[in-house]
Write a protein that binds this ligand. Structure first.
Ligand SMILES: *Cc1c(COP(=O)(O)O)cnc(C)c1O
Ligand SMILES: [Zn+2]
Length: 399
C-alpha cells in the first residue's frame, strides 16, 4: 500500500513523512492512496478483540486511516461510541470520546503524525474541543501543547479541560477566525506542528465516525447522515469516508449528508444557496460556540462532500437548536449546543419535505452535555428551587 499527500489545488504530491500541513501554493492537502484496503469482515472480526488498537474506533479501521508501524500509534483508545435510537432517529454520540468530543478521532492520527515527523510542539486554534483533545494527546505523546483560543469565548468545560491536561492557552483578543489566522502564521514562523483541521491527518481519523456508524448499522447505510457544520473538517471527512466506503464496496449506496449551520454563523449555507458559486465570510455569533466560525478553512473539501453525496446545507436559529437540545437532553443522552443543530435540522428538513417519512436518519452528536454547563444553567433556571431544610418546604416546592 502506498500513501501520499496531494494538493487539492495544484495536484503536487508530497511524502507523508514530510512535516507540512498545506501546499506551497496555499492549497489544502489530502491524504491519497492507490487503493483502499480493509473490509467489513476484517473490521467486524476486531470487535471481539481486547487489544487497544482493535478497541479504538479509529484504529480498528487502520488500513484505511494511516500506514504506520502499530507500535508508533498514539491512542487513548478513542471512538467505539454508542449508537442510540431515540426520537425516531439514530444518534451516534461522539461526546462519549475520551475528552468528550469527536475531535479525539482526528487527534489520535494527527498526534501520531506529529511524532512521526519529529515535532517537539503542537498547536491549534480552537473553539475549545480541539484544544482539550490536543492537550490530552500531547501530554500522552510528551509534546508541548500551545492552543490559540478566542478570549472569553470558550465554554467552561472545554477551557478547564485544556488547562488541566497541561496546555499553554493563548487567549487571543479577537474571534476564532482571528485565532486561526494567527496560529497559521505562528506555526510556520516558529516551526510548531499545526493540528487544526487543515491538517489532512485529522480528517483521516474523523472518517471513522462514518465507518463506525455504518458498522453499528451492520453496513446498511441510513438514508441521511446529519451533522453540525463549523470549520467544515467533519463535513469533508464524512464525504471522503463515504466515497472510500462506496468505492471499496463496503456499502452499496451512499447516504446523503445534511450539514447544519447556526443561522448566525452560516457562510457555508449562504454558499450552498447559490450552488457554491462563491465563498462567503461572515462575522459569526451563536450560542453554539463550537461552530461560531465565520470563515471555515475546509470550504473546498466540504463542497466536494456535499456534491458527492447529493447532500444539502441547512441553517437553524439559536432558539431552534436550544429547543432541540432540550429534547435530546430530556431523552436522557444530552449533548452540547452545537450538536443539537442536527435534531433541529431534521425537524426543519422534514417540515420542508426534504427528508421524507420513512427515511432512516443518523444524527451525529459531536460533543458531551458537560462541555457547556452555562448554556444549560441559563435555560433550566425554573427547575432549581432553593428551600429551607424542612419537609414542609419540600411539599410546597413540589406542589
Ligand atoms: C468542532 C466541533 C464542531 C464542528 O465541526 P467542524 O469540523 O469544525 O465543522 C461541531 N460540534 C462540536 C461539538 C465540535 O467540537
Ligand atoms: Zn498546491
Amino acid at each position: 500500500m502506498s500513501e501520499w499527500l496531494e494538493c487539492l489545488a495544484c495536484r503536487t504530491r508530497f511524502d507523508t513523512t514530510e512535516s507540512r500541513h498545506e501546499c506551497d501554493c496555499g492549497g489544502l492537502l489530502n491524504v491519497a492512496r492507490d487503493r483502499i484496503e480493509g473490509s467489513p469482515a476484517v473490521f467486524d472480526a476486531r470487535l471481539s478483540s481486547r487489544a487497544a488498537l482493535d478497541r479504538s474506533g479509529v484504529w480498528r479501521f487502520r488500513e484505511a486511516v494511516m500506514n504506520i508501524p502499530l507500535e508508533r500509534i498514539v491512542t487513548h483508545p478513542e471512538g467505539s461510541t454508542r449508537l442510540y435510537e431515540r426520537l425516531g432517529v439514530f444518534f451516534k454520540h461522539e461526546g462519549e470520546n475520551p475528552t468528550g468530543s469527536f475531535k479525539d478521532r482526528g487527534m489520535t492520527v494527527a498526534m501520531t503524525q506529529a511524532v512521526r515527523v519529529g515535532s517537539r510542539a503542537v498547536a491549534c486554534a480552537s473553539t475549545g474541543n480541539t484544544s482539550a483533545s490536543l492537550a490530552a494527546y500531547a501530554s500522552q505523546a510528551g509534546l508541548r501543547a500551545v492552543v490559540f483560543i478566542p478570549a472569553g469565548k470558550v465554554a467552561a468545560g472545554k477551557l478547564a479541560q485544556t488547562l488541566a491536561y497541561g496546555a499553554t492557552c493563548l487567549e487571543v483578543r479577537g474571534d476564532f477566525d482571528a485565532a486561526m489566522a494567527l496560529v497559521r502564521e505562528a506555526a510556520s514562523a516558529l516551526g510548531i506542528y499545526l493540528v487544526n483541521s487543515i491538517n489532512p491527518f485529522r480528517l483521516e481519523g474523523q472518517k471513522t465516525i462514518v465507518w463506525e456508524l455504518l458498522q453499528d448499522l451492520e453496513w446498511n447505510p441510513p438514508d441521511w447522515i446529519v451533522l453540525p457544520a463549523g470549520n467544515l473538517g467533519n463535513t469533508s471527512a464524512f464525504g471522503k469516508a463515504l466515497r472510500e466506503a462506496h468505492e471499496a464496496g463496503w456499502i452499496a449506496r451512499v447516504p446523503r449528508l445534511a450539514a447544519i449551520q447556526a443561522a448566525g454563523a452560516n457562510p457555508f449555507y449562504r454558499s450552498f444557496r447559490e450552488a457554491f458559486a462563491s465563498r462567503h465570510k461572515v462575522s459569526a455569533e451563536t450560542i453554539a460556540s463550537a461552530i461560531r466560525i465565520g470563515d471555515p478553512v475546509s470550504h473546498e473539501r466540504a463542497v466536494r462532500a456535499i456534491q458527492y453525496t447529493n447532500g444539502i446545507v441547512e441553517q437553524v436559529t439559536d432558539e431552534e437548536l436550544m429547543s432541540a437540545k432540550r429534547e435530546i437532553d430530556a431523552a436522557g443522552i444530552g449533548c452540547e449546543p452545537a450538536s443539537a443543530t442536527t435534531w433541529a435540522g431534521v425537524k426543519k428538513l422534514r417540515a420542508a419535505g426534504v427528508i421524507r417519512d420513512g427515511e432512516t436518519i443518523a444524527c451525529v452528536l459531536t460533543g458531551s452535555i458537560l462541555k457547556d454547563p452555562d448554556a444549560i444553567l441559563a435555560s433550566a433556571a425554573g427547575r432549581r428551587i432553593e428551600i429551607d431544610a424542612t419537609l414542609a418546604a419540600v411539599e410546597r416546592a413540589l406542589g
